[in-house]
Design a protein. Structure first.
Lengths: 311, 242
């Protein structure tokens, strides 16, 4: 049953541009994919190690700016610039991890918020590099051999590949010894230490991978919208990621993707259904209801429901 | 003090350790002989937990030495100390609540690389604690207090330790379970694993131990055979309630 659903989902995902040619819907799906990568990234920290990064938009933004600048200023190919963006954000993740994860908890939250604030200010004020608030227009669309991936239907597949790659990275990591260590230190840190888990080491590792994935999302975003401005550092992005992870089900692999799809589509659906004054209100009410009735998130609730039916 | 039989497995010399500016251990000396069951008693804040944390590498030693089997371990990482053969059963929440019983046991062997031997040990532990075998796929958080304690002890055994450090094994358990827990610990020692135990329940601990140490403000103030400590006036007054 679950296998059938998975196969059907994969088939739908792979053929989507053929039956959903409408560019507006395609745009929503592409954004859901980019947010899916971001939610997977945040989930690695929040869901698996229990550390809340409230500056995750910083990693997203650094990825976007790095990839854009590498292609614009150094004229790197997109296929080199994107890994470059991932590498630089992973480095930033390492730095923040080393700085903040010795203390963790509330300190980590504060350090990540401040980090995002500082990076955002840099993006506004370092005119020579970032062009300040005017942003960087004309970020090139990726090319694959003779083809440009500028068309939404083509870019969709690139984002889909990014989502699949991020999912695989998370799944491999979580399923390994390392993932077991993540869970152990989230559940009972003193006990994890006592069985030989080097807590700081693993938290930094989680921060590095998480930041790298957020950088991947940033790169994908930059070459999709083909314009990068300090807006990428908005706190709203971080909040959206947290909502997606928590509502979808933190600490599950599918949860962040479900959350990303739902919370990218929901505001759009509400825009169609109601007038703008009511849109955010309805969004808020739905969110409260969701958290109230499914406090552990959609995916764990579904899993619990299936387990109940099976027994 | 009687000389520990077979030479000391663990020797702590002049150990100093602190949490930031607060000194926890001020020149601690103790030894644990091969095959012994030694208990450490003392009031809250005397430094009993800190002693165990320092031995297992979780609290860095500022001064002094810790020798395990003759080799210095006071500068080693917790994982290295565990690999050398010292397992630590910390106080407080004893299990990983959202991992299954089996996963909890596997975490005990986290630093071990010999997977086949770990799988064998898992079976052995399950035969030894049938209640855990029954609950193998259950979340550890759903176990009763006594079962969680059993799981914690079994998890420590999964590291194949030569020395186990128990921190307050009876804390928060019903009186009958305290008895069971002490029996399990005595049994572990009978099977050849050396035990160093910290206990609030001084009477119960001293009754089963070979030797005992009394700690006050970061150092040992009294040491001797457990029987002798049970009869000691100071110990009776301060720790045994008359």
């Amino acid at each position: 049953m679950i296998r059938l659903a998975r196969g059907l989902g994969a088939l739908l995902a792979l053929t989507l541009p053929f039956w959903l040619a409408n560019p507006y819907f395609l745009h929503v799906v592409i954004m859901a994919g980019i947010f899916g990568v971001l939610a997977l990234s945040l989930n690695l920290l929040l869901g698996y190690t229990g550390q809340l990064s409230l500056g995750h938009a910083a990693f997203f933004g650094i990825g976007a700016y790095t990839s854009a600048l590498l292609t614009l200023r150094l004229e790197w190919s997109f296929w080199l610039a994107l890994p470059g963006a991932v590498a630089l954000t992973a480095l930033a993740g390492w730095l923040i991890g080393r700085l903040a994860l010795k203390l963790r908890g509330a300190y980590f939250v504060l350090v990540t918020i401040s980090f995002a604030g500082v990076i955002s200010l840099v993006s506004v004020n370092w005119m020579e590099l970032t062009n300040g608030p005017l942003g960087l227009p004309g970020v090139p669309a990726p090319e694959l051999g003779p083809w440009s991936l500028r068309a939404k239907s083509a870019y969709y597949y690139l984002v889909l590949a990014g989502v699949a790659l991020s999912y695989l990275v998370c799944a491999r990591l979580v399923g390994s010894r390392i993932g077991r260590a993540f869970l152990a230190l989230r559940e009972n840190e003193p006990l994890a230490e006592s069985v030989g888990v080097d807590v700081t080491h693993y938290l930094v590792l989680a921060a590095v991978v998480s930041a790298g994935l957020a950088g991947l999302a940033g790169g994908l975003y930059a070459h999709y919208t083909r314009f990068v401005s300090p807006e990428v550092f908005l706190f709203t992005y971080t909040v959206t990621m947290v909502v997606m992870v928590v509502a979808g089900g933190k600490g599950t692999l599918a949860g962040p993707l479900v959350g990303a799809l739902l919370f990218t589509a929901l505001p759009e659906a509400l825009r169609l259904a109601t007038s703008w004054q009511w849109q955010m209100l309805a969004y808020g009410v739905l969110l409260v209801l969701l958290v109230f009735f499914l406090p552990r998130g959609i995916v764990p609730a579904l899993a619990a429901w299936r387990a109940r039916r099976a027994s | 003090m009687t000389a520990p039989e077979g030479g000391p497995l663990l020797r702590v010399e002049e150990l100093h350790a602190a949490y930031g500016p607060v000194a926890a251990l001020r020149g601690l000396d103790l030894t644990v002989g091969q095959g012994e069951l030694v208990c450490l008693i003392g009031a809250n804040g005397a430094g009993k937990t800190s002693t165990l944390r320092a031995i297992s590498g979780l609290l860095p030693a500022a001064r002094g030495r810790i020798l395990f089997d003759g080799r210095p371990i006071h500068a080693a990482e917790p994982a290295e100390i565990l690999e050398a053969g010292i397992a630590h059963c910390p106080e407080g929440r004893r299990v990983f609540p959202y991992l299954t019983v089996q996963e909890n046991l596997e975490m005990g062997a986290y630093v071990r690389r010999d997977r086949h031997a770990v799988a064998e040990d898992l079976e052995r532990v399950c035969t030894h604690f049938p209640i855990l075998a029954e609950r193998r796929r259950q979340m550890a958080g759903t176990l009763s207090g006594g079962e969680q304690q059993m799981l914690a002890i079994a998890r420590a055994l999964m590291a194949r330790p030569r020395l186990i450090l128990f921190d307050e094994p009876s804390l928060g358990l019903a009186p009958t379970l305290v008895e069971t827990t002490f029996e399990i610990i005595a049994d572990i020692r009978r099977r050849g694993t050396t035990v160093l135990m910290v206990e609030q329940n001084a009477y119960g601990a001293l009754r089963m131990a070979d030797r005992g140490y009394v700690m006050e403000t970061g150092r040992i103030v009294l040491a001797g055979p457990a029987r002798a400590l049970l009869d000691d006036d100071h110990v009776r007054r301060a720790y045994l309630g008359g």
